[in-house]
Design a protein. Structure first.
Length: 246
């Protein structure tokens, strides 16, 4: 897809390292690598976990966050999530390999024109079928370079499953070596929410919190803020598990 190569070549070198960005609902500038809640940024020593409350929202950050950052207001979270999990289970995605890898993922998207590709990456974001196209492309790209072999599978919410059970199930999976997860979240039932449709990568799950390696500003999700329909709150809709083949 020549049109994909042309549009993505222009941005691939900068997209994964664009710096912390805000969801569409947050329009205020932030301090580099500072925890963010509402429209506030809180500066603190880098690498130090912070726990506080601002404007009624809990605040936390992890020592390690994803270097693969989506552009401000874009729908690139799915693409960046795949780069993040492949980095975890397979091979370090450094600045030299990030551009070609991102380009390979973008070429897998069902876009025949530059306009269609731009609409997916910067407006609509990617759905489950498009994520699976990119996962297939990612697997082929890493295999062609002789990287560690890995597999992926869907682990989506099951019929009648609750959010509490889902996070417990995923927590057990993430205890395995060279295993990573992508979770897709939809809409939130809470009015004036800070959450919107998003793909993210849980790294550690506790009894009350889900800590993330995220391409956006999210560092922690309180488990109570999520639900599987018909449960209220931020909808858990999709999940993929990637594992290295030993």
């Amino acid at each position: 897809m020549d049109v994909t190569r042309r549009i993505f070549a222009a941005g691939a070198a900068t997209l994964p390292f664009a710096g912390p960005v805000l969801p569409r609902a947050w329009a205020q500038p932030v301090v580099q690598d500072a925890p963010v809640i509402g429209n506030q940024a809180v500066a603190g020593p880098l690498g130090m976990a912070v726990d506080a409350h601002i404007c009624g929202y809990p605040l936390a950050t992890m020592d390690k966050c994803s270097p693969y950052r989506q552009a401000y207001g874009s729908g690139e979270c799915g693409l960046c999530a795949i780069v993040t999990v492949v980095d975890t289970v397979c091979h370090n995605i450094d600045e030299e390999t990030a551009g070609p890898f991102l380009s390979a993922l973008a070429q897998a998207l069902p876009a025949e024109t530059a306009v269609e590709l731009a609409r997916i990456l910067y407006e609509q974001g990617t759905d489950r079928s498009e994520m699976e196209l990119m996962l297939v492309a990612a697997q082929a790209w890493t295999h062609a370079r002789g990287w560690d072999v890995w597999t992926w599978q869907g682990a989506h919410p099951q019929a009648a499953e609750t959010a509490e059970h889902f996070w417990d199930r995923l927590s057990d999976v993430l205890e395995r070596s060279y295993t990573a997860a992508i979770v897709g979240l939809g809409e939130d039932t809470q009015p004036d929410t800070r959450y919107s449709g998003h793909w993210t990568c849980p790294e550690h799950i506790t009894e009350h919190e889900v800590y993330l390696r995220d391409s956006d500003v999210y560092r922690r999700i309180p488990r109570a803020d999520t639900g599987i329909r018909p449960e209220p709150r931020w909808a858990i809709e999709d999940c993929y598990i990637l594992s290295r083949v030993s």
